[in-house]
Ligand binder design. Structure first.
Ligand code: SF4
Length: 227
């Protein structure tokens, strides 16, 4: 980590480095299809090979928590997702999530699963990735997180190959993930695994998971930002 990044990450008053705040259709999870306000925070501690938000690694501007909340309020939408990059990199995210929960927002956080989740406000629904071999970030998984998942939380596997699928299936069984969480999600890596292939693997194995596509990439052009 360079010194500039270290400085940016430091606890700076009540601010967060924000890549973008936007209002769109939730493309994933059990909330897919619902209007949602997204707060995309800057920085990520890992580098998945399929990452589609590399622009969030460094780009962003410092915003006070008050300004972030004012921006969210403008959309008059009760569902808010905190995402990234990796939103848990910046400690002040916890203050933001608490404030939003106190204001009765339904708050989701989408995390890569490599940083501690037990410190997240219990009112927040955690959508946690488990990184598969295809991502090249499998070794970064923090498996201790699994014990802290709540019944309302969701687990996501992004499947880039048949090997990934078999690997995920084993893990689901090993940790009994379908019973521990509200939903296990499986998405194909866009342009790497055919939708029909993954769907057929799931059906063949009678796997109790939710097949999902990144809906926003079908509504808008896949490269479109702020959706
Ligand atoms: S965790 Fe998410 S933001 Fe970070 S590299 Fe992986 S896909 Fe990209």
């Amino acid at each position: 980590m360079d010194s500039e990044t270290r400085m940016d990450r430091r606890f700076r008053g009540d601010s967060l480095k924000v890549n973008e705040i936007f209002y769109s259709i939730q493309g994933e999870s059990t909330r897919a299809g619902l209007p949602c306000v997204f707060v995309r925070l800057t920085y990520c501690n890992i580098r998945c090979v399929y990452c589609d938000t590399e622009y969030a690694f460094y780009e962003g501007k410092d915003m006070s928590l008050t300004d972030i909340i004012d921006e969210i309020v403008k959309y008059d939408c009760n569902l808010v997702e905190i995402t990234g990059g990796e939103p848990l990199v910046q400690e002040n995210v916890h203050i933001l999530m608490k404030e939003l929960c106190d204001k009765d927002y339904e708050v989701l956080i989408e995390t890569g699963g490599t940083l501690p989740i037990e410190v997240i406000d219990k009112r927040v629904k955690v959508i946690m990735d488990i990184k598969t071999p295809y991502s090249k970030m499998e070794k970064k998984n923090r498996y201790e997180n699994i014990q802290f998942l709540k019944p309302v939380d969701e687990i996501k596997f992004v499947i880039g190959s048949r090997e990934d699928y078999d690997w995920a299936k084993e893990l689901i069984s090993k940790y009994d993930l379908t019973k521990k969480t509200a939903q296990v999600l499986m998405s194909p890596v866009f342009d790497k695994v055919e939708n029909i292939e993954l769907a057929e693997w799931i059906l063949h194995d009678r796997l109790n998971v939710r097949f999902q596509l990144q809906m926003h990439k079908y509504i808008w052009h896949p490269e479109t930002r702020r959706v």
